[in-house]
Design a protein around this ligand. Structure first.
Ligand code: IMP
Ligand code: MG
Length: 200
């Protein structure tokens, strides 16, 4: 990929810096805090953060989805709920990127209304602030993006592609086209497998 925004060295520094700040912030917790990763995009960032944190903590995951390709649908779907009781605990909610703010606005309200955590600290690797539609309070940000280019890597995907890249890059139109070709091929062959099994 051509336009690298964050190298793996930059990502490591971001993780170490935010981990240090979180350790300081979580020094006097009565109950062990829970770091909650928003799947799937935040998984790499969450691992990077937690491996540098010295605080005792629990981890859990929640999965929501609002995107189709490079566009938000504006509707948030809950795909996997928490499996841990966060009541009266500080939650460190870890997100990959905040774009319109719709997902985090929905999720923070959902967690507060249903599970009554002590407080929620929101940490995001990237902030596409120029695209915001709903206001969201972010406690810690890795990098603010200056334009609204679609980004990929270190957990972030385009059509499920590119999550394993060890850096974050901005996609060019040609790269989007190249991924479109690769991913349509994969989906087509999977559909074929299901169809052929059903007709056995
Ligand atoms: P929001 O609800 O518009 O703030 O969208 C947030 C979610 O959309 C993020 O958690 C990502 O999963 C996805 N998203 C938004 N922008 C990008 C991008 O540039 N690359 C990859 N995923 C993105
Ligand atoms: Mg996300």
């Amino acid at each position: 990929m051509k336009n690298i925004l964050l190298s793996s060295k930059d990502l490591d520094k971001i993780c170490r810096d935010i981990a240090k700040k979180l350790d300081k912030e979580l020094k006097n917790e009565e109950n062990i805090p829970v770091v909650v990763g928003v799947m799937k995009g935040s998984l790499n960032f969450m691992m990077g953060l937690t491996e540098h944190m010295k605080t005792d903590l629990y981890t859990d995951f929640i999965q929501i989805s609002s995107y189709s390709g490079t566009e938000t649908t504006g509707k948030v779907v809950m795909k996997k709920d928490l499996s841990f009781n966060i009541e009266n605990r500080t939650v460190v909610l870890v997100e990959d990127i905040i774009d319109t703010g719709i997902s985090m606005h929905f999720l923070i309200k959902f967690l507060k209304d249903h599970y009554h955590p002590k407080r929620i600290l929101l940490v995001t690797l990237l902030d596409k602030v120029c695209r915001r539609k709903l206001n969201v309070h972010i406690d810690y940000t890795g990098k603010v993006l200056k334009n609204d280019a679609f980004v990929l890597g270190y957990g972030l995907d385009y059509k499920e592609f590119g999550r394993n890249l060890p850096y974050v890059c901005a996609l060019t139109k040609q790269e989007i086209k190249m991924i479109d070709e690769k991913t349509s091929e994969k989906i087509a062959s999977y559909a074929h497998t299901i169809k052929s099994k059903r007709h056995r």
